[in-house]
Design a protein around this ligand. Structure first.
Ligand SMILES: Cc1cc2nc3c(=O)[nH]c(=O)nc-3n(C[C@H](O)[C@H](O)[C@H](O)COP(=O)(O)O)c2cc1C
Length: 485
């Protein structure tokens, strides 16, 4: 861990984070933290003995050379290290770096500066401590003292530094603020009283939660466990690949098998002609078309059942790719009109290729369709709204930090598969960017935290008068096809 430069009264001392278990195994030091075990060989004896047990910071009792070696080691293990900021042995707060570049220079504001937490900063409870973080910053502070916690609350709103009270022990608020400012979690107002995170043209276009998710669903800026770590193995049973038929279902509609898939568009033509179509023919889609669309885009095309007693999990395979092969998505249909199928809300049973009636009351269906129509911005209503939900825990049982991002990535893969299949069937497809998660959970009878909507897609019969697929609309110029002449 890079030792912090001495500024003011606070002293920085590097050590292992309290959550890290550090044990000697023969001559090795074994560190267990942040979701993985790290075995360190060949450490100088005083360093490994000092760190074993994780009882202390790297203190004065270590010889200079060993202290430098311990600091360098902690610098390489930033995700396990912390800098305790103390005032006369009283811990005021701890600093943690979220990448290997853990250094910052404290930058205390002056009395006339007006300061405020960065617009992207957040305070949250972690392991019974209040932590201050910000996705723009690669630093985190664990606010272990009441004075650090109350100061963080004070500067949630713009405050003139000179108006802030002095902290216990004669510590100036500016000194603590200097650490947060140097680490990029606190802003000084510009001369006109505005803050850069509100006004900068790049920053103002980021929503708080978007930047948070972006910073934490890719590796590089984030020190918590990320990836296929199966964190709940042995604690919680994974969700099965295949769901049971809905027991309370009043009606099941067997779907016709699709005709043999021959004579349709080539892949090249399907890709070339694919477009979002939001106007529909007078005639509705037919049950055979709908069943064919569902079968070709979403059905379980194979299943794997492990032998009894095996540690392997059951799996399915579908026409679209899925993060981790988990196939956590479910599909629901709100049918306004379909030749051969009563209007209503249905669940598509992808294993058995059939529909299960969820609700035939027209009111919930109308509400779902109204949200979809608003999302297209077109006056005409689609024949069928397809609502994609995700069984979230199927993904989060396996993945840390990237579970929700993977659900959305897979949603995109489903969209494209549905677009191409619909294009081949000469239907009118359109993906939607918004759906009402609360409304759909209510209508579909789902617990929002276990399964709720993550994507929507509308479908209808393409109007024959619609521009021929691939022809340019007004104002558009078709560029080179890339095909050989
Ligand atoms: C993630 C995503 C969200 C979309 N959201 C909407 C939407 O809410 N309303 C809509 O009318 N079209 C939506 N679309 C369709 C796009 O507007 C469309 O793909 C884009 O304008 C390009 O036109 P094209 O699909 O005809 O080539 C969405 C597409 C995607 C992939």
């Amino acid at each position: 861990m890079t030792p912090l430069p001495a500024v003011g009264l606070l002293e920085g001392r590097a050590g292992l984070r309290p959550s890290v278990a550090a044990d000697l195994d023969g001559e090795d030091l074994v560190l267990d933290g942040a979701g993985r075990v790290t075995r360190l060989r060949g450490l100088p004896v005083p360093v490994r003995e000092h760190l074993a047990g994780n009882g202390a910071t790297v203190g004065d009792d270590l010889p200079d050379e060993a202290r430098r070696a311990a600091d360098a080691l902690l610098g390489r293990l930033a995700h396990l290290a912390t800098n305790r900021l103390t005032l006369a042995e009283h811990e005021v707060m701890r600093h943690e770096g979220t990448t290997r570049a853990t250094g910052y220079t404290p930058h205390p504001p002056s009395d006339d500066d007006v300061v405020r937490l960065d617009r992207f900063a957040l305070l949250r409870s972690r392991e019974d401590q209040l932590v201050l973080e910000c996705p723009r910053s690669v630093h985190r502070f664990v606010l272990t003292s009441p004075e650090a916690r109350s100061l963080a609350a004070e500067v949630a709103v713009p405050r003139r530094v000179g108006d802030l009270p002095t902290l216990p022990g004669g510590l100036a608020a500016a000194e603590l603020l200097g650490h947060w400012a140097g680490a990029g979690l606190l802003e000084r107002a510009d001369a006109d009283g505005t803050f850069r995170s509100d006004t900068d043209e790049v920053l103002r276009q980021w929503d708080f939660h978007d930047l948070l998710m972006h910073s934490r669903s890719r590796s590089g800026r984030w020190d918590e466990p990320l990836g296929a770590l199966s964190p709940h193995r042995g604690l919680v049973d994974p969700l099965p690949a295949v769901t049971d038929p809905r027991p309370e279902c009043a009606r099941v509609v067997a779907l016709p098998d699709p005709p043999p898939w021959s004579g349709g568009l080539s892949l090249a033509d399907a890709v070339r002609q694919r477009r979002s179509v939001r106007d529909y023919a007078d005639a509705p889609v037919t049950l055979v078309e709908l069943a064919t669309f569902l079968h070709r885009s979403f059905r379980d095309r194979a299943r794997f059942d492990p032998p009894v007693g095996s540690a392997e999990e059951s799996k399915v395979s579908r026409p679209y790719p899925s993060g981790g092969g988990l196939y956590e998505h479910e599909l629901y249909l709100t049918v306004r009109r379909c030749d051969g199928l009563d209007p209503g809300v249905y669940h598509y049973d992808a294993l058995r290729h059939r529909l299960e009636l969820v609700d035939d009351d027209p009111e919930p269906a109308r509400a779902m369709l109204a949200v979809a129509a608003a999302a297209t911005g077109h006056p005409s209503s689609p024949d069928v709204l397809l609502t994609l939900t995700a069984r979230f825990q199927r993904m989060s049982w396996r993945y840390r930090s990237i579970a929700y991002a993977n659900v959305l990535r897979t949603t995109g893969a489903i969209y494209q598969t549905m677009y191409l299949v619909a294009t081949d069937l000469d239907l009118a497809p359109c993906a939607l960017g918004n759906g009402d998660a609360d409304l759909s959970a209510r209508v579909l009878g789902l617990d929002w935290l276990r399964e709720s909507s993550v994507g929507d897609f509308v479908l209808g019969r393409r109007d024959a008068a619609d521009v021929v697929a691939g022809e340019p609309l007004a104002g558009w110029t078709v560029l080179g096809s890339g095909d050989p002449d």
